[in-house]
Design a protein around this ligand. Structure first.
Ligand SMILES: Cc1ncc(COP(=O)(O)O)c(C=O)c1O
Length: 393
């Protein structure tokens, strides 16, 4: 097909700019035709061909849409990959990652992982003949011992959801390379502002874009970022065939959210440090799980591979009753599923985010009736503490 002039074809990779400038200026940033500072929302299903065999490079929005493309280019720039793909949810992105598997393939995953990812593995891909082993990926000897002849992929969260376990991305990457495995990192918790797994040796990064990337609790989205043409071809086919690309308006909302990613991540990080220290001293709090504590077992690894600890904290209370009082007693803080937005959200993993994990595994991990996860927002830290204090009683 002949190409008509495509004003959206070329974009600037923003080489030489700092990260906090890159988030503001995206791929093309402005509209190359009108100069509109806010990248346009191309709310169209299809694109006109001026003649037979002539295309602008856009044919049908399930395949390509300039607004989604701008988001994808922005994410490829921020994660330092070659190409990115925007999906209708983090789950859809993960489904496409697992779509790389064939019956008989074996995957090793973090033992503490988002419940929805566990569900994709155990309830969907197990039935298709794939096998899964969940281990603590901080233990690289265990990883080496778990690899089998049919192992194809390692899927990691770091820090993990919700126990905040930290694994060494570089060490795992070395092992996956030696064994010719695909290494996937879910970077939802830290975002490329604090951690860039592709630079540390991962092959693929996934995100629930619903969380920090969007940042405002108003979009469900997923992202995959790759660094090889072989993997890019796989995700292009997934988007085209499954038809689960992120719609133009949602892509625009994400682009808008990403512009303030650096500022928001700094504030989440700053607030979380203050709240984690306060929680640790509260008499009704038995244990706090926060990757930013100097005595956290993964602290040195975090210092090596991340530039911050993010806004996620989990903690165990002295009883189920205290947990219930807290969930019902918060006023400014919102008792709701999800994380990564401007508002502080408090979650009960047992019946919300991690309900899909079998009870015995949850119990072993420590996700019990007294266990709470909190996503620290960007409000005033003292207001978050005051609210927790009044609700804990
Ligand atoms: C770490 C992580 N990965 C993936 C997902 C799934 O994303 P979504 O809810 O956007 O489908 C979530 C959702 O909570 C998550 O926390």
């Amino acid at each position: 097909m002949m190409r008509q002039e495509n004003y959206y074809e070329n974009y600037d990779k923003k080489e030489g700019l700092h990260f906090d400038s890159k988030v503001v200026h995206g791929g093309q940033g402005c509209d190359p035709i009108t100069g509109a500072v806010s990248f346009p929302i191309f709310q169209t299903a299809t694109f006109r061909h001026r003649a037979f065999g002539v295309s602008t490079g856009y044919d049908y929005s399930r395949l390509q849409n300039p607004t989604r493309q701008e988001l994808e280019r922005t994410m490829a720039i921020l994660e330092e990959g070659t190409e990115a793909f925007a999906f209708s949810s983090g789950q859809a992105a993960n489904m496409s990652v697992f779509g790389m598997l064939k019956p008989g393939d074996h995957v090793i995953l973090s033992d503490d992982i988002y419940g929805g990812t566990f569900r994709i593995a155990e309830d969907i891909f197990s039935a298709l003949g794939c096998e899964f082993t969940f281990i603590d990926l901080a233990d690289t000897d265990c990883l080496k011992a778990t690899i089998r002849s049919n192992t194809r992929m390692v899927f990691m969260e770091t820090p993990t959801n919700p126990m905040m376990k930290v694994a060494d991305i570089q060490k795992v990457a070395q092992i996956t390379k030696e064994n010719n495995l695909i290494f996937v990192v879910d970077n939802t918790f830290l975002t490329p502002y604090f951690q860039r797994p592709l630079l540390l040796g991962a092959d693929i990064v996934v995100h629930s874009g619903t969380k920090y990337l969007c940042g405002h609790n108003d979009v469900i989205a997923g992202l995959v970022i790759v660094k090889s043409e072989e993997h890019a071809a796989h995700f292009r086919l997934q988007l085209k065939s499954r038809g689960n690309g992120l719609p133009p308006f949602d892509s625009w909302l994400l682009l808008r959210g990403i512009k303030t990613l650096s500022l928001r991540m700094q504030k989440h990080d700053e607030n979380a440090k203050i709240v984690a220290e306060w929680l640790r001293k509260h008499p009704k709090v038995k244990k706090v799980y926060y990757a930013g504590f100097e005595d956290h077992v993964g602290y040195e690894i975090s210092k090596k591979q991340c530039t911050g600890f993010g806004g996620m904290i989990s903690f165990e209370l002295d009883s189920e009753e205290t947990a219930m009082n807290l969930l019902s007693g918060v006023k400014m803080i919102l008792f709701a599923e999800s994380l990564g937005g401007t508002e502080t959200l408090i979650t009960y993993p047992l019946t919300q985010t991690h309900e899909s994990i079998p009870a015995d595994i949850r119990e072993k991990l420590g996700i019990n009736k007294s266990f709470i996860r909190i996503s620290i927002g960007i409000e005033n830290a003292q207001d978050i503490i005051n609210d927790l204090e009044q609700a804990l009683g």
